[in-house]
Design a binder for this molecule. Structure first.
Ligand code: TYD
Ligand code: MG
Length: 480
């Protein structure tokens, strides 16, 4: 069939890589551009009409080069939505003219969050056009009722449409201050002979919306589906062309949702926003540490509390480890919330430098509340949790662990120690193990005014001793 189409002088089929968007006239098993396997999809090529000589990325009137100091924009404008957790992740608010992509698993709450943002801007007097290709306006209205959007409805326009040209027409007519597209995978351009969600449709629709955003300084929020490995579905070029990529993730069982930025041209990508999914929408969690530690089983061996910095905010989280005799030839290493490679390194350091033999044990690690710990400062907590479970000795319940573990078993200093100690003290922790090198830092004594006891340790061995008692191999713990 493909042959027949090619013969009839109509658009010929091409093969596109669903990972990177690379085009090839022939089928490929492995993409010659990005090296991904089995990503070839057949689509019919037909170039989208482009404006004469205009680049897609051009901003307002920037057809000629401008001198840096002549470009206006003192104190860039940001719209605060009033949803503090979202504003923080965006880098202080929504930037006019930005293209924001938000991805996440089905049912995690993307549409809910987008509608809440639309409602918040509507309340501030800005008109929002919410285009949904997945739900009818009635369904959207039912959701709006759940999250108690009422008065703001006057500024909120819902539109069930998937034809991008029609959507652009409505944008012309309504001149909204924000356009929400739910989702980019349902959009299509009739000038392209490919199905919605295909690589070429997603790419072209993304480019059109990028141009719309830049030309009119109109912020556009795109919702995107994710693939089974968690990346936004569609060509990689989509992530490259947008200004901000946000992910909404969560632990479906706890109702917590974490909003984080994988890319942000207007702010840091370290900030996270914490929400809880309730019956009336996503509610901000203002005191995440307190909430995350609420259901902690403090006196159980294997439970440690770490103070991690998520952007500008310290977050105290529980790391749980379970070390159990294995029944397999290859012991299992299962990590949730920590990088499995980091876990492997910490296990190796424990074996080599602290004399713990974990080769015959399965190791399971879990970070409570669906948080992902990426900071090296969480190493010490992970290591001590593992040792605590292995030796069956609980860590003192009011102790926080802060420190990066080096390959030599040394504890390395961490940034912003004072902030971490402050937060620990605020939450009622009595002592913190910290790297000795941090403690003896020259300069103004960080956090000296704090009452929390500082236990300075130079090595992982010293930290273990202070938390679990004297080091002893295969001997019962000293009982007092
Ligand atoms: P939704 O925003 O539709 O997810 P997505 O767009 O990411 O697919 O959220 C769907 C889920 O959220 C659904 O399982 C019901 C739940 N939910 C609540 O628990 N409370 C609420 O107020 C709303 C609107 C949804
Ligand atoms: Mg949805």
């Amino acid at each position: 069939m493909a042959k027949k189409r090619a013969a009839s002088a109509s658009p010929h089929p091409v093969f596109l890589c669903s990972a990177c968007g690379n085009e090839s006239p022939k089928w490929f098993g492995r993409c010659p551009h990005c090296g991904a396997w089995n990503t070839a999809v057949e689509e019919t090529a037909k170039a989208a009409p482009r404006g004469p000589g205009r680049g897609y990325g051009a901003g307002e009137g920037s057809a000629v080069p401008q001198r840096l100091d002549e470009i206006g924009g003192e104190g860039e404008e940001r719209w605060r939505s009033g949803i503090g957790e979202m504003d923080r992740v965006l880098g202080g608010g929504l930037v006019p003219g930005s293209l924001v992509l938000i991805g996440g698993d089905p049912g995690i709450g993307k549409s809910t969050l987008a509608l809440q943002l639309a409602g918040a801007l509507g309340r501030a007097g800005r008109a929002v056009l919410y285009v949904s290709g997945e739900e009818s306006p009635r369904q959207a209205r039912m959701r709006a009722e759940r999250i108690a959007l009422r008065g703001e409805g006057a500024n909120l326009w819902l539109h069930s449409e998937i034809d991008l040209d029609a959507i652009l027409g409505e944008v012309d007519r309504l001149t909204p201050s924000l356009l929400v597209v739910d989702s980019i995978q349902t959009l299509y351009l009739s000038s392209l002979d490919a199905a919605p969600g295909s690589v070429s449709q997603v790419r072209e629709c993304g480019l059109r919306l990028l141009r719309l955003a830049k030309e009119r300084s109109l912020p556009v929020l795109l919702i995107g589906h994710v693939t089974k490995d968690g990346a936004v579905a569609g060509p990689r070029t989509l992530e490259h062309m947008v200004d901000v990529v946000l992910y909404l993730e969560g632990d479906a069982h706890h109702g917590y949702r974490i909003l984080s930025a994988a890319k942000n041209r207007f702010g840091s990508t370290n900030e996270i926003g914490v929400f809880e999914m309730r019956g009336d929408g996503l509610i901000e969690v203002e005191n995440p540490s307190e909430r995350l530690l609420r259901d902690r089983g403090a006196s159980v061996p294997g439970s440690a509390v770490v103070a991690s910095m998520e952007g500008t905010r310290p977050l105290l989280v529980e790391v749980q480890a379970l070390v159990a005799p294995t029944h397999f030839a290859n012991p299992q290493r299962v990590a949730q919330g920590v990088d499995p490679r980091r876990l492997a390194v910490v296990i190796a350091v424990l074996e080599k430098r602290a004399g713990l033999s974990l080769a015959g044990s399965d190791v399971f690690v879990n970070v409570a509340g669906g948080i992902r710990l990426e900071e090296p400062a969480a190493d010490l907590g992970l290591a001590v949790a593992l040792a605590s479970s292995f030796r069956e000795i609980p860590i003192p319940p009011d102790r926080v662990l802060i420190g990066e573990v080096g390959l030599g078993g040394e504890l390395r200093p961490v940034p912003q120690l004072a902030r971490r100690l402050q937060e620990s003290e605020r939450l009622g922790f009595g002592s913190a193990v910290i790297p000795k090198r941090n403690d003896s830092d020259a300069g103004p004594a960080e956090g000296r005014a704090l009452r929390i006891e500082r236990i300075a340790a130079a090595t992982l061995g010293e930290a273990l001793e202070s938390c679990l008692g004297a080091r002893r191999k295969a001997a019962p713990a000293p009982r007092s």
